[in-house]
Design a protein around this ligand. Structure first.
Ligand code: ZN
Length: 74
């Protein structure tokens, strides 16, 4: 299930048909370059660190403060 129907024109919603299937990476790069589109993969951002599990309580808070689990960094 796709959000985009590749067989429907996004402008007039008329039917479209597949005229070619390009699977060769070298040809895909040439095709994209001809259309002035990026030919390299975008750089992937680093994964975010795990969310903070506990609040940093001030010293004068009464009651036990659960210790945060050890975190070895990303
Ligand atoms: Zn159209």
């Amino acid at each position: 299930m796709f959000e985009l129907d590749v067989l429907e024109c996004p402008v007039c919603r008329g039917p479209m048909k597949i005229i070619a299937e390009i699977t060769e990476p070298k040809v895909i790069k040439q095709f994209l370059a001809t259309m002035d589109l990026p030919t390299e993969m975008p750089e992937v951002d680093r994964a975010r660190p795990p969310p903070q599990l506990d609040f940093d309580w001030p010293e004068d808070v009464e009651g036990p403060v659960p210790a945060a689990p050890p975190f070895d960094g990303p």
